[in-house]
Design a binder for this molecule. Sequence first.
Ligand code: SOE
Length: 408
Amino acid sequence: MGQPQQPGSGAGGSADAERPTLGVGMVGYAFMGAAHSQGWRTVGRVFDLPMRPVLAAVCGRDATAVRSAADQLGWAAAETDWRALIARDDVDLVDICTPGDSHAEIALAALEAGKHVLCEKPLANTVAEAEAMTAAAERGTAGGRISMVGFNYRRLPATAQARRMVEEGRIGTLRHVRVVYLQDWLVDPDFPLTWRLDKQKAGSGALGDLGAHIVDLAQHLAGEELAGVSAVTETFVRERPRPDGASAGLSAAGGSERGTVTVDDAALFTGRFASGALASFEATRFATGRKNALRIELNGSRGSLAFDLERLNELSYHDHTEPAATAGFRRILVTEPDHPYMAAWWPPGHGLGYEHSFVHQARDLVEAIASGTAPEPSFAAGLQVQRVLAAVEESAAKNSAYTPVPKP
Ligand code: SOE
């Protein structure tokens, strides 16, 4: 075994004193806010960064709750108005972790105020909003302001390694991408009508929440964009109890009054890449027994790659150039120092988790801000995903590809 990595070999101690700081202000502190906070708290202890992130302030509407979140998540101050957070002199970067209906308003104001912006996925609730955000981000880039979308699954060592291998030609010419994102937290018809089930707040259901991730990851690993899609969507449970007031995004208790679900519960779509490669996508919150099962497989002329988020330190690879007698999918344990991000962590065989994708996201964003180099995924990439989601909704609404099977 090689010399164990010295984890935490990043910033710290006297070195910190010379580094410029990067004041972060985060809007929203639920699931994504907690995950981003973990990333901001940890990144400087693991990676040797050119700037030291400082958790300056977190914002939420409820003064008591956001003060408690600031204490729990490690933020120095608490704000109840995102405009006040943007106006703070100690905030250089605004991290948007709110439901999609506020992404555009906050991002546009932050860019206008000369701040860098990290915006959770999906970029926006509509293509029009995403277009305005992208135009503002591109104007901002010209002025040295950096913006990025939080497609965090690009930043796991295994998916980053898969991207490297596709770029190296290890699977040859791409023929198929097959990707699913399966959850089951809505199977209970009495799960309450939280914000993710309200089109006004969330923009869409499984499509935007889960489908955005798999569209981005499929295009990122393929190295090309989808040219067209054909889709079906369904809302299996059309009415649910309204939350009892203290509701969160993924867990809540239902009251007695009921309301209408206005988003999709599941979206299935096929797609064709510009190169002619074909793709299939499934995003659902009704895959009973599947908790956070993002699974992607790329099939090419020289081989295949497969990844499962529920086994996220592993990558399966089949080299079709090997003699058939010994060929087959083999498991790559993605924990070697020369695997993406891994040199900063633990010795080989000591795996990472879901949360580390947010540490890597923070690391890449700090590096981009320090170097003034626009990172990926840009707002333009987020806009392109938004256009795919809109095409899926248009295709599903037209139902044109759906051909009824004649009855005998
Ligand atoms: C809920 O489906 C959710 O929290 C998504 O919103 C996140 O983007 C995903 O990473 C985990 O599941």
